[in-house]
Design a protein around this ligand. Structure first.
Ligand SMILES: *Cc1c(COP(=O)(O)O)cnc(C)c1O
Length: 492
């Protein structure tokens, strides 16, 4: 049956000139190829068929036959076709394995970038994984009120915990709005879109020119603004914006004052930015809401884990911001999500917006967030991998690096050098954490070749290459993965 699929082969095109080729030779080669049916009856494929199923093996056989046909057509397989055919069962088995294996795979993050956007940002807490499994392997009360037997709301599961965490300091901070509500959407970009659309559709939003940021992966404030159907009203200059600039721009079309946290860059030198409290006072005076896109949502003062100067969600709310948006998988250390916390009346309007339905998250996200937030409620910060990694001292990392550096393999040189880990994920651009790095060199291999070999392992080890050297930062490697790193280095 496969033979009927063969391409016509009477001629080949060389530099635009049609030259007749000895049609028989290629046709003969094609004739040697077995059909899919014949392959499926081969005894050496019986075992893989019984294990993986006939459909998967037939698909793989088609792929292998197609590539053999392509080789013949390209004239690359003249006399070797018998050799290729002798290995066809192995080729099919390899193809089955490849097509049935996951594309999304675990990797070892040796880059020292804790919230590495390309590597999945925050690793989840063990309790989050357990809760995901418990809540989603069967049914759950996602939108069901067990006490009344009535339909419930999915946000209640995390709203209560955010309320707990964000009202902790109510007593200490008079400005905190009385009732704080929180809703969760797909990511922070979605949260900003929902908030702008709800609070400012058809009207103007005032933003400082120093805050018209782009966050990696094509999130640009002006673009999100236009998608939300609000009009951007820029004020001030790149380096200096004053409260008066906002005040002068307010008119009857103004719906919102927006502050955007410069989460992945810094402006230094001759600069000015109003205090949040000043903006909040202006917003109250003119009866406008003030929103802050915080980006990274630190839920407590992170100086205790070495991250200085990163504003917290409470700082914003305490300064009088009405709505704060932040990511679930940056400094919070949970799953991908966009979180909107703030004045209950404004958050209720966002919940009622039909966009909320389009941007809502599923039970997996609620389960991950609920477990992560519970760790915060219990002050068990080390249960959250990203926070635990930030918290690691250089000495503790140094001891592990020494153990790895002690291995001997011919041609391999391992040196311990001082360096810095970074938070990443567009969070805390100025925060760096001192660390010990392992510099890897090997005779006869360039740095790029070494890092390619480390990536080719299973699991892949993703390293940094700096100034022609491969550097491994154990801060972002889980201690139980150190042995895998040792094996990967030996395999170089
Ligand atoms: C990271 C970030 C975003 C985008 O958040 P995602 O969760 O990646 O969608 C938006 N605004 C700011 C200020 C950020 O730092």
């Amino acid at each position: 049956m496969a033979r009927t699929l063969l391409p016509p082969l009477a001629s080949s095109d060389l530099n635009g000139i049609i030259i007749p080729v000895p049609a028989t030779s290629k046709t003969d080669l094609y004739r040697k190829l077995p059909s899919v049916d014949e392959l499926l009856h081969r005894p050496d494929l019986a075992e893989i068929i019984s294990r993986e199923g006939q459909a998967a093996v037939a698909d793989a056989a088609r792929v292998v036959l197609a590539s053999l046909r392509a080789e013949i057509a390209a004239g690359r397989l003249d006399d070797d076709v018998d050799l290729a055919l002798s290995g066809i069962s192995d080729a099919i088995a390899r193809q089955v394995r490849q097509s049935l294996s996951y594309s999304l795979r675990p990797v070892i993050n040796a880059t020292g970038v804790i919230l590495h956007t390309n590597l999945g940002r925050a690793p989840l807490a063990a309790s989050a994984l357990e809760h995901i499994r418990d809540a989603s392997s069967g049914y759950s009360n996602l939108e069901f009120d067990i006490a009344t037997g009535q339909r419930g709301q999915r946000d209640v599961h995390v709203d209560r915990l955010f309320r707990n965490l964000l009202s902790e300091q109510v007593g200490a901070n008079g400005h905190l709005p009385a009732a704080i509500s929180t809703i969760v959407v797909n990511n922070n970009a979605a949260a900003v879109l929902l908030a702008l659309n709800t609070l400012a559709e058809g009207g103007e939003v005032i933003v400082s020119r120093g805050e018209l940021v782009e966050i990696g992966g094509s999130f640009r404030i002006p673009d999100v603004m236009s998608k939300s159907n609000a009009t951007l009203r820029e004020v001030g200059t790149t380096n200096r914006t004053r409260v008066a600039d906002y005040e002068h721009a307010i008119n009857e079309k103004t719906r919102l004052l927006l502050r955007v946290h410069r989460s992945n860059f810094q402006i230094t030198g001759f600069t000015e930015q109003p205090e949040l409290a000043e903006l909040a006072a202006l917003a109250r005076k003119r009866n406008l809401p003030l929103m802050e896109d915080l980006g990274s949502g630190a839920l407590f003062e992170l100086s205790s884990v070495g991250v200085i100067g990163e504003p917290t969600v409470l700082d914003s709310l305490g300064a009088g911001v009405d709505v704060v948006s932040y990511s679930g998988d940056k400094l919070l250390g949970g799953s991908q999500a966009g979180i909107l916390s703030g004045r209950s009346d404004l958050v209720s309007r966002m919940r009622a917006n039909s966009l909320f339905r389009a941007l809502r998250v599923d039970k997996l996200t609620y389960a991950a967030l609920e477990a992560t937030l519970l760790a915060y409620v219990k002050h068990d910060h080390d249960a959250i991998p990203a926070l635990r990694m930030m918290h690691l001292s250089k000495d503790a990392i140094g001891r592990r690096v020494e153990a790895v550096a002690a291995i001997r393999a011919s041609g391999l040189t391992l040196e311990i050098v001082d360096g810095e880990s970074v938070i990443g994920g567009g969070a805390a651009p100025s925060a760096v954490l001192p660390t010990c790095l392992l510099a890897v060199t090997r005779k006869g291999l360039s740095a790029d070749e070494i890092s390619a070999r480390l990536r080719a392992g299973d699991p892949p080890v993703i390293a940094r290459v700096e100034e022609g050297r491969v550097l491994l930062d154990l801060r972002t490697i889980f201690p139980e993965q150190d042995e895998i790193v040792v094996a990967a280095l030996r395999a170089l």
